[in-house]
Design a protein around this ligand. Structure first.
Ligand code: AP5
Ligand code: MG
Length: 247
């Protein structure tokens, strides 16, 4: 059984997966599930929130522009995202597929992404078309997830004081670093982020629903239960679109 598992795991990290778009409100578990997908399928996680926070930390001109907007819980203007997303998607590790976590989150970004993928990925390749997984979580649960979130500044591992606490309070299990709270996880900012989601990101779900690409998943379950559903969606989607040579 172990050998069979190893073989199927090897297949998961060799075949084309295509773009996996994780859609969902703040705290839905996009980052958490993205890390599970990375481990299983060997494709990279591209989190625009993480990319922007890295620019803020480095003090780049983009970071300086984005900092105050993010601190208020509002969305950074679309045009500021396109350059960083395009640069990241052109890196070699994205050719088999990639996970988009937090992008697109306006209808304009979704249109831009379709045009970009068509031109740079689908014209001359057999990559699978995008699958859009919508993580659905109840509002009260979202608040607990956001106010309880902690992360390790060294390795990026996510914790939650209510649901996935570290073994020792406020210290990372893996490297012992002091865990940090995200600046925008304060209650007064959380409400702004949830409002931005309702106003600007819900239309993205409609955009993909019309195209028949949206797959809702009940994400109001344990991390492992959600991951099992997410893997089921990805496996079902990618089994239909393996390159002819492999099937
Ligand atoms: P971003 O970093 O993308 O934040 P977000 O969308 O608000 O989402 P979060 O990262 O807060 O939540 P998540 O869904 O990743 O949940 P997580 O896995 O951490 O964006 C931040 C800001 O950057 C935006 O406000 C905006 O200003 C800007 N920005 C980014 N992208 C942009 C774009 N495209 N356009 C414009 N502006 C942009 O989980 C949350 C917690 O819950 C954790 O503690 C976790 O341990 C726990 N948890 C997860 N799953 C479960 C589970 N199943 N059960 C119990 N607990 C769970
Ligand atoms: Mg996240």
């Amino acid at each position: 059984i172990r050998v069979k598992g190893a073989i199927s795991m090897a297949n998961e990290t060799a075949r084309s997966i295509g773009p996996v778009i994780l859609l969902g409100p703040p705290g839905a578990g996009k980052g958490t599930q993205a890390k599970q997908i990375v481990d299983r399928y060997g494709i990279p996680q591209i989190s625009t929130g993480d990319l922007l926070r890295a620019h803020v930390t480095l003090g780049t001109s983009l970071g300086l522009e984005a900092k105050a907007i993010m601190a208020r819980g509002e969305l950074v203007p679309d045009e500021l995202l396109y350059g960083i997303v395009a640069d990241r998607l052109r890196e070699a590790d994205c050719r088999r597929g990639f996970i988009l976590d937090g992008f697109p989150r306006t209808a304009a970004q979704a249109g831009w992404l379709d045009a970009f993928l068509e031109k740079e990925f689908f014209e001359n390749s057999e990559m699978c078309p995008p699958v859009v997984i919508q993580l659905q979580v109840d509002y009260t649960q979202l608040l607990l997830r956001l106010t309880g979130r902690r992360s390790c500044p060294t390795c990026g591992r996510l914790y939650n004081i209510h649901f996935q606490p570290p073994r020792v309070d406020e210290l990372c299990d893996l490297d012992g670093s002091q865990l940090t709270i995200r600046d925008d996880d304060r209650e007064e900012v959380i409400s702004g982020r949830l409002a931005a989601y309702e106003d600007q990101t819900k239309p993205v779900a409609d955009y993909y629903r019309v195209k028949g690409r949206l797959v809702p998943v009940n994400a109001d379950q344990t991390m492992a239960e959600v991951a099992a559903q997410v893997f089921g969606v990805i496996d079902g989607h990618t089994s239909d679109c393996k390159p002819a040579a492999e099937s």
